[in-house]
Design a protein around this ligand. Sequence first.
Ligand code: NAD
Length: 245
Amino acid sequence: MPLKGLAERVFIVTGGSSGLGLATAARLLEEGASVALLDIEGAERTAGELGREALGLSLDVTVEPEVKSVFGAVRKHFGRIDGLFNNAGIGSAARPLAETELADLERLLRVNVGGAFLCMREMLRIAAASNGRAAIVNTASGTGMRGAPNLGSYSATKAALIALTRAAALEAAPAVRVNAVLPGPIDTPMTAAMPDAVRERVTARVPLGRFGTATEVAALVAWLLSDEAPYVTGGLYSIDGGETA
Ligand code: NAD
């Protein structure tokens, strides 16, 4: 059965060329929504592969004027924007804090916090200007909620995004619902380069005994964006096979 309130709506998916973004764009299209997938690379090609109601536009989420103009272009193309999967992000090589350069932390902050902030702010402004209702889902991470050895910088960016999610949910209610998903280890290009020994160690921490799939995360995101979740805002949704239970 289709999820209520997705058909005929328009959603932006950042980081839509790959992994969680691509799977979510595909799921929203299956539900009958129109989707603008935005990515620093491959957006037009990916949208072409996904089909007619997908629009692909190139965007570096860290460039403030680009965010404004690309969101404006999406609005012009579809006539409206009803929601945002604020998902573009980068990972980092595992490294103890004692060996981390300030530049590494700054690079992660720029994309995972700065970029996510700019996209969320643009969506909030658009919703306010149109007096419309909207939903935002941010991609945080389970590492933003717990101590994550060797991933200190990355986890700090996701903790910051959790804080932004909660503030936005309080500020923007009741017009805009804002939630975050907190994936554990998910099979995407981001985790594909993990050495086998690390992969085994990570899998051993997961009660369900495996990595999740991007499609499983997409199902949760689609639900949060839909009218099946009208009373859900400010929430943090773990999807991690029980890793943080
Ligand atoms: P991915 O590398 O497959 O996809 C990330 C996408 O973001 C890519 O298409 C990339 O081009 C895009 N991107 C990167 N920088 C960008 C920028 N400046 N502007 C626009 N687009 C940019 O990785 P993924 O696993 O699908 O990751 C998606 C999100 O999920 C990220 O925020 C990541 O931190 C988060 N996450 C992933 C996992 C996991 O295990 N895969 C776990 C927790 C959280």
